[in-house]
Design a protein around this ligand. Sequence first.
Ligand SMILES: Nc1ncnc2c1ncn2[C@@H]1O[C@H](COP(=O)(O)OP(=O)(O)OP(=O)(O)O)[C@@H](O)[C@H]1O
Ligand SMILES: [Mg+2]
Length: 374
Amino acid sequence: MNQKGGVGKTTTTVNIAAAFAKAGRPTLLVDLDPQAHATLHLGVDPGTLEQSVYNVLTDASFDPAKAIVQTRDNLALMPAVTDLAGIEVEMATQGALDLQGQRRLEQALEKLGGKYEFVLIDCPPSLGLLTINGLSAAREVVIPMQAHFLALQGVGKLLETVQLVTANINSKLRVTGVVLCMHDTSSHHSREVVADLEGFFEQSRQQDVPWRFARVLKPAIRRNIKLAECPSFGKSIFEYAPDAPGAADYDALGTAMLKDWDSMLAKRVPAKEKGEKPAAAKSAPEKPATEKPVEEKSVAGKPALEKPKVVEKVTAKEPEKTPEKATESAAAKAGGKSPAKPAEKAPAKSGSKAAAGEKTEVIVVSAASMKVGA
Ligand SMILES: Nc1ncnc2c1ncn2[C@@H]1O[C@H](COP(=O)(O)OP(=O)(O)OP(=O)(O)O)[C@@H](O)[C@H]1O
Ligand SMILES: [Mg+2]
């Protein structure tokens, strides 16, 4: 999630989705950007589509499966079309700019019933209804950004937006971390920015905020021209230039994300064997492995990362689904919702393999202030 444009959101969403698919994990990429860049990146021409995420968002009764294109093994796409640019006007005409309109994507993903293990959402560089739909549907937000001082300035605003969503629409949303894109490890400035960011996250560990377990995800994605070239061929980096540094970086990042995910699921197995509900789905989130704590620094004498303001609750909170219901199969979910318990307030990572008919992980990789990635 990052309101800043051109930071690597789409590149990260597409190539992490491709990395997950390559690892044999059923993945759905939802393109929520009217630019349809993720759609094009996966080789689908938005001009030829009869159905897309536009139908899903504008028609609550639309079957979302009809808008999905299976682009490759394990990699499905809910494509975008340029008409999405007018969606706010369309939804306003329908009188659907309320909570119901903000949750259309969430409801559509529920209808898909755990068919995909991961759902990655690519959001546009704006903070409107599309992005809110992404955040409402997601469990995790991944923030692609470049390690520049000015990029840091927007992160506080972005976190505020996530906090607003957790307070009002989706209490289970959490910030997984930042992916550094087009990264230059040799630059002193970028090292300072990264240290600033890590220091900020470390200071948030004891706070009840959606980014309390956030971290700078590793590895950073190096600047690599092959990553800029592959969208024009409609290919992921693994198809276009499998030996390029960009492929190595996204492969390593995708593998690290899957490892975190699998190790969390493994910890739940004893509870499941005992016939209990998954523990992590009911309690506070697992703390991800964090990097060594770093001291807070500021970049070149400038103020450190702008701290997000405390976000007030601004709308009436709808009854929450239980964490189990939030991700289980459509058949199981059709039953409905129950008020959130206080213990559920912290956003929790939960889910398991779709093949096992269990949970789906929904990640906003690139909400322009994530959803995961992700
Ligand atoms: N690691 C990289 N090395 C080189 N070029 C990159 C890298 N990552 C992204 N790019 C290029 O930078 C440009 C912006 O990337 P991308 O489209 O992923 O950003 P975005 O945040 O999705 O943009 P928008 O806000 O418009 O949606 C694209 O041309 C992309 O190919
Ligand atoms: Mg994009």
